[in-house]
Ligand binder design. Structure first.
Ligand code: NAD
Ligand code: HSE
Ligand code: NA
Length: 440
């Protein structure tokens, strides 16, 4: 309770960035000041807000004396105890966080891109400074998922994390599923409604989800996993035909972040981390996640299956997660302690995508004549891929075969599809998608 010999009478917060999330953080700090003081034990006082332009329109009223364009100067002040970084991106966010920690402040950030690219540098700086670095808002916005992984499940062995962690792509895929729309039409609707940005690349091509997958895998498996370790495929190639094919199988297409422990030949566990569109059965809990909602499904040895669901984005929901962290780090400062730091002791290797085991759904337009089914089955067999189901639909001289495989390595499955594409009797491979959500 002391700072030097004097009891603390308040904790002082600097907020960096006053955009969608920052403005809601500032609003909550101002509106809930009384409750926050009661929960922390002393008032949590806003002492500065770093912005890019002093005269910009803002969603919250901030006293002019609190605004500054000098973020570096704000984090270097010696009366700042807690820093909230909600600028986003790599620089200057990284330098500002490092400077805040060096200067003795605890840090709360929502910056998934930075954590997934260079988390270890930040965690080491926090450990060296003996300060907290909390980031619940970085994955799945308001949904408490990082704290459950870091604290509630710290005594269990997490084996798998399956997440819908990007609201924009879930909205688009949900539209495609419910209306039969194609990708472009569904994207336009998402943009009109303000879910997707004018440049939707980070969401649609899976970069945002891949950053979140790296953060989830690092915490779940006590290892360092960065965005570069994540196999990433977006949803821009998903067609209305893929979505219909999924419907025909009782499945729905979702962009999944999949983090798994996989046994290796030498008896260790390795980490497999990937983001790609996949078919999941409509009976799976993740299938019912509609519109722009997020959900994370966790499997662990003792707890079994857990599901975390809620709004994964938006200024106020994300600010809720930031404020939750802020209260925790404030209490820690007051108690002269810090929460658990990085846990990377297991140091597991990351499996290359080719060695990851999965299942495939393949729809193939073929000539409807004797021997075709056998030839197609042989293409799978030659790669050592076992077939689970085959469905055939006649269409005059042509037929469509829909094959669902058992689990095989991704390398075996993609070699099979390549072989099918080269066969004379195969007119077109119309849909290839991984199938998830069922244990073999
Ligand atoms: N918006 C969401 O739903 C959401 C959800 C989860 C996490 N996040 C994360 O929260 C962070 C902020 O996102 P956002 O949506 O609020 O972004 P935003 O673009 O609305 O806000 C960022 C603000 O930072 C300001 N800024 C940029 N450089 C600055 C500098 N050098 N000094 C001071 N201010 C500066 C910008 O002017 C802008 O107002 C990002 O890391 C993002 O990934 C956002
Ligand atoms: N663009 C992200 C925001 C939260 O990271 C989404 O669509 O989920
Ligand atoms: Na969260």
């Amino acid at each position: 309770m002391t700072e030097g010999d004097k009891p603390r009478t308040s904790l002082r917060v600097a907020v960096l960035g006053c955009g969608s999330v920052g403005s809601q953080v500032v609003r909550l700090l101002q509106e809930q000041a009384g409750d926050l003081a009661a929960r922390v034990g002393v008032p949590v006082e806003l002492v500065g807000v770093a912005v890019r332009r002093l005269d910009a329109a803002r969603e919250v009223e901030v006293a002019a004396g609190l605004l500054t364009t000098d973020a570096a100067g704000l984090v270097a002040r010696d009366d700042v105890d807690l820093v909230v970084e909600v600028i986003g991106g790599i620089e200057p966010a990284r330098s500002l966080i490092l400077s805040a920690l060096e200067n003795g402040a605890s840090v709360v950030t929502a910056n998934k891109a930075l954590l997934a690219e260079d988390g270890p540098t930040l965690f080491e700086a926090a450990a060296k400074a003996d300060r907290d670095l909390y980031y619940e808002a970085a994955v799945a916005g308001a949904i408490p998922i990082l704290r459950p992984l870091r604290e509630s499940l710290a005594g269990d062995r997490v084996t798998r994390v399956l997440g819908i962690v990007n609201g924009t792509t879930n909205f688009i895929l949900d539209k495609m599923d419910s209306s039969g729309a194609g990708f472009t039409e569904a994207l336009e609707e998402a943009q009109d409604l303000g879910y997707a940005e004018a440049d939707p690349t980070a969401d649609v091509e899976g970069f945002d989800a891949a950053a979140k997958a790296a953060i989830l895998a690092s915490l779940a498996f006590h290892s360092r996993v960065t965005a570069a370790d994540v196999h990433r495929e977006g949803i821009s190639e998903v067609t209305a035909a893929d979505v219909q094919s999924a419907r025909d199988m009782g499945c729905v297409v979702k962009l999944l972040a999949i983090c798994e422990l996989r046994p290796t030949e030498n008896g260790d566990d390795a980490v497999a981390v990937r983001v790609h569109p996949a078919m999941i059965p409509r009976s799976h809990p993740l299938a019912s996640v509609r519109e722009a909602y997020n959900a994370v499904f966790v499997e662990s040895q003792a707890a079994g299956q857990l599901m975390f669901y809620g709004p994964g984005a938006g200024g106020a929901p994300t600010a809720s997660a930031v404020l939750g962290d802020l209260v925790t780090v404030a209490r820690n400062r007051l108690g002269d302690t810090r929460g658990a730091g990085e846990s990377a002791y297991a140091d597991r290797a990351v499996l290359p995508m080719g060695e990851t085991r999965t299942r495939y759904h393949v729809a193939i337009d073929v000539d409807d004549k004797a021997g075709v089914l056998a030839a197609v089955a042989l293409a799978f067999a030659e790669q050592g891929v076992s077939i689970q189901t085959v469905r055939q639909e006649g269409r005059g001289a042509e037929a469509q075969l829909v094959v669902v495989s058992h689990e095989a390595t991704d390398a075996q499955l993609s070699a099979t599809v390549e072989h099918l594409r080269g066969m004379d009797m195969v007119r077109e491979v119309t849909s290839v998608m991984r199938v998830e959500g069922e244990q073999e």
